[in-house]
Design a protein around this ligand. Structure first.
Ligand code: PGA
Length: 253
């Protein structure tokens, strides 16, 4: 039985004051019963990671970073390492988000190094995959996801995989208001589940959560989350407003 995970990716948004306000609204807007049925995580930017983590320390809302660099420390100006993220109070880290891939030249090889660095520091990687519209229209969804999957997860053990979360985020659905239909999403999610079975075995494939991301909002989340292989959501825009994020969480129960 996979416990659904709803993660909010705040991206490059929220000053310190705004972030604390949102964290407070989520904390007080959610009730204990929700916490027992699913897992909730927020991913604030680095500048507020520690403050949000401190505030949410005794709550049932977990904290994630949005990226990391694979070295532990040293002369890497501007970079943040896995041990630093752990020290700031986060338990998760998003790796390989399509915005990192597109805007910051992230490759499957760098994603793989980052996943290994996260696991070494006992952070849970939320590993993102997804195709562009052009790739979908060219009938390359399976090939693209397959390459990202095998490159990102290269030389990981079954034990490593069992600790991770995967997020399928079609690039054409991110921040565009266009959501994959529940059927379109389920098709890719079940393919990812098959890839997990082939590479890591049935037991591991049965426990790894595969989240859907891309314009998830309260009005479409219920149908998406009711698909058998969709185990939660990675929410961008709608995670910036407490009311919307709480709405998505309530729909997941
Ligand atoms: P969106 O972003 O919900 O704003 O489409 C999702 C994501 O990028 O994780």
């Amino acid at each position: 039985m996979r416990i659904p995970l709803i993660a909010g990716n705040w991206k490059m948004n929220k000053t310190i004051g705004e972030a604390l306000e949102l964290a407070k609204a989520l904390h007080y807007g959610l009730q204990y019963p929700e916490a027992t049925k699913l897992e909730i995580v927020v991913a604030p930017p680095y500048t507020v990671l520690n403050k949000v983590a401190e505030f949410l320390k005794d709550s049932f809302i977990g904290v994630s970073a949005q990226d990391l660099f694979w070295e532990d420390s040293g002369a890497f100006t501007g970079a943040i390492s896995a041990p630093m993220i752990k020290d700031a109070g986060a338990e998760y880290v998003i790796i390989g988000h399509s915005e990192r891939r597109q805007l910051f030249n992230e490759t499957d090889a760098s994603v793989n190094k980052k996943i290994k660095a996260a696991l070494k520091a006992s952070l849970i990687p939320i590993f993102c995959v997804g195709e562009t519209l052009q790739e979908r229209e060219a009938g390359k969804v399976n090939a693209v996801i397959g390459t990202q999957f095998s490159g990102g997860l290269e030389s990981l053990t079954t034990e490593d995989m069992a600790k991770m979360v995967i997020a399928y985020e079609p690039v054409w659905a991110i921040g565009t208001g266009k959501t994959a239909t529940p059927e379109q999403a389920e098709e890719v999610h079940s393919m990812i589940r098959k890839m997990l079975v082939e590479k890591f075995g049935q037991t591991t494939a049965d426990i790894v959560r595969v989240l859907y991301g891309g314009s998830v909002k309260p009005s479409n989340s219920k149908e998406l989350l009711s698909q058998p292989n969709i185990d939660g959501a990675l929410v961008g825009g709608a995670s910036l407003k407490a009311e919307d994020f709480v709405g998505i969480i309530k729909n997941a129960i």
